[in-house]
Design a protein around this ligand. Structure first.
Ligand code: FE
Length: 314
């Protein structure tokens, strides 16, 4: 029996490594409209205008690109305790650290593929400084007057040498629910989408054709509207940001998307999934076959080759 949905409240933040920290910072602040909320060592902490927490992205200067820590907030101190016990019972014991601004202790471990995963409960609510205060008290920060104005970190798509053990980890140890998947004719799961919330997905595991471990396919930020994504494509075009594919609509999960490479090489998706929720407690896992996938995306756009080959670190 998987644990009840709800011990993990939501995706908190992701750490991205970049070999081009200045240009990456330019991309996330000037292009996406994120706000810097702190710096420590080689890292810059960034937030979207609707983040209630200190940060949802940590940008860390490094020799190469790729994912660092992915942190998930639990729904209570008891839920954190329960998930830590489940991790230890599953042979995935981690260590406690307290090394991020605005957050209490984090329990740091790894998924079976080697991605660093952290769980935490304590989180200081963000207080906007003068100049960033919103007009309405039920919003953490004023909307930016420039860039795309991304609203929140929406999901993380991990590459994994094998999907099933990692999706199983998210399901059976963390309590996520699988909502959609791709199953090849051989019976092998090529990708699976899972949710911790009533969003239709928060985390995705996708098969890494290179066979490598611990890599990233993309992180995604949600915008308020589809129109924001069309505007984002124009901004990227005007500013020399590499557009990989889109705008278009995914068949799986029906997300309206644009994929770009931030200057450090990491793939970033701008997505608009806001109208789609999974409220049914008995939602049946939807399976897509290789033949169905060959039809392309929702409106017929074929998957671009680099979508199957580009991951970070390279
Ligand atoms: Fe995505």
């Amino acid at each position: 029996m998987p644990p009840p949905l709800g011990d993990i409240a939501h995706l908190g933040h992701v750490q991205l490594r970049t070999p081009d920290p200045d240009r990456s910072l330019w991309f996330f602040t000037r292009m996406l409209g994120m706000t810097e909320s702190g710096r420590a060592g080689e890292s810059v902490y960034l937030r979207t205008w609707d983040d209630y927490e200190h940060h949802s992205l940590v940008l860390t200067a490094h020799t190469t690109s790729g994912p660092g820590r992915t942190a998930l907030r639990t729904s209570s101190a008891q839920a954190l305790e329960a998930r830590v016990k489940a991790l230890e019972d599953a042979g995935l014991a981690g260590t406690w650290v307290e090394d991020e601004p605005g957050l209490g202790p984090l329990y740091v471990t790894q998924d079976p593929d080697g991605h660093e995963i952290a769980l935490y409960w304590e989180s200081e609510w963000y207080e906007a400084p003068p100049g960033l205060r919103p007009g309405l008290k039920n919003q953490p920060q004023a909307k930016p007057a420039h860039g795309v104005g991304v609203r929140r970190l929406d999901h993380v798509n991990f590459l994994a040498a094998e999907v099933s053990p990692n999706a199983g980890f998210a399901h059976h140890v963390l309590g996520a629910r699988p909502t959609e998947q791709i199953v090849l004719d051989s019976g092998r799961v090529a990708a699976q989408w899972l949710t911790f919330t009533d969003k239709s997905y928060d985390v995705v595991y996708t098969e890494d054709w290179s066979g490598a471990r611990g890599r990233l396919h993309h992180i995604a930020f949600a915008t308020d509207t589809r129109e924001d994504i069309l505007r984002a494509a124009d901004l990227c075009l005007d500013n020399g940001v590499h557009i990989e594919t889109g705008p278009h609509k995914h068949a799986i999960q029906q997300t309206f998307f644009l994929y770009v490479y931030e200057p450090g090489g990491n793939r970033v998706e701008l997505c608009n999934p806001l109208t789609r929720l999974v409220l049914a407690p008995d939602w049946p896992l939807i399976t897509w076959t290789a033949k169905e996938r060959a039809k392309g995306q929702a409106w017929g756009l074929k998957s671009i080759e680099s979508f199957h080959t580009h991951g970070t670190p390279p």
